[in-house]
Design a protein around this ligand. Sequence first.
Ligand SMILES: *[C@@H]1O[C@H](CO)[C@@H](O)[C@H](O)[C@H]1NC(C)=O
Ligand SMILES: *[C@@H]1O[C@H](CO)[C@@H](O)[C@H](O)[C@H]1NC(C)=O
Ligand SMILES: *[C@@H]1O[C@H](CO)[C@@H](O)[C@H](O)[C@H]1NC(C)=O
Ligand SMILES: *[C@@H]1O[C@H](CO)[C@@H](O)[C@H](O)[C@H]1NC(C)=O
Ligand SMILES: *[C@@H]1O[C@H](CO)[C@@H](O)[C@H](O)[C@H]1NC(C)=O
Ligand SMILES: *[C@@H]1O[C@H](CO)[C@@H](O)[C@H](O)[C@H]1NC(C)=O
Length: 176
Amino acid sequence: MLFLVPVICFSFLRPVLAALRNVTIDDTYGDPDTGVQFTYAPAGNWSLGQNCTNCEAHPDPAYTYDKSWHDTTFFPSLDTAPPNASVSFNGSAIYVYCIVYHTTSYPNNYMDLRFLIDGEETGNFNQIPTGSTEIDYNHLVYKNSSIPHGVHTFTLVNGQPGGQAALVLLDYMTYT
Ligand SMILES: *[C@@H]1O[C@H](CO)[C@@H](O)[C@H](O)[C@H]1NC(C)=O
Ligand SMILES: *[C@@H]1O[C@H](CO)[C@@H](O)[C@H](O)[C@H]1NC(C)=O
Ligand SMILES: *[C@@H]1O[C@H](CO)[C@@H](O)[C@H](O)[C@H]1NC(C)=O
Ligand SMILES: *[C@@H]1O[C@H](CO)[C@@H](O)[C@H](O)[C@H]1NC(C)=O
Ligand SMILES: *[C@@H]1O[C@H](CO)[C@@H](O)[C@H](O)[C@H]1NC(C)=O
Ligand SMILES: *[C@@H]1O[C@H](CO)[C@@H](O)[C@H](O)[C@H]1NC(C)=O
């Protein structure tokens, strides 16, 4: 009889623990559970990084998630609207990862990101490159673990009108 108590507790706890899990949405291959993909706008401003011959950034695909990433530069003098990438998810936390250079040319990885949840700006990430030649893979640029549970749209916006030329290499996003 004494052994019944822990067995009962464990069977009650199990479904609760199993309910929280992480799903990773790749920039190119999308959400493995739902098939949902990132939407890139304007589509022509984004390059499939691993296939891009005229991009200045050529990170090692082996260190990237699913050997893929998306590359865009906002040129304030040429582009009226900053490029963005959006995706929907059902969850309560998100973690957004980029590949980050620190060089000032080829590529100049000045970064000026803004993050929106359901159209509301909730965060940003800025970098003035130091000149270091190290490349950071799996660089967390935005985390939010206090999102009301449910279906939401996440948007990353690269650069702002009147700002400087800004580069981003988007690799993947994880949601809980
Ligand atoms: C999801 O991933 C984040 C970032 O790695 C981690 O902090 C968190 O504990 C993970 N959550 C679950 C439920 O595995
Ligand atoms: C994303 O870019 C498209 C095309 O420029 C624009 O219509 C849309 O409003 C932008 N979305 C956000 C959230 O900035
Ligand atoms: C970005 O997209 C806009 C709208 O399609 C286009 O006018 C502009 O030339 C593009 N910029 C670059 C750098 O490709
Ligand atoms: C990217 O390159 C791979 C391998 O060369 C090819 O299979 C794929 O179709 C290319 N994708 C696009 C969108 O060009
Ligand atoms: C979102 O996820 C929760 C918990 O997993 C589930 O109960 C709910 O039905 C999902 N909502 C949608 C619209 O898929
Ligand atoms: C997380 O997202 C919610 C909206 O879903 C927002 O109210 C909150 O400020 C965000 N927190 C962070 C740290 O970005």
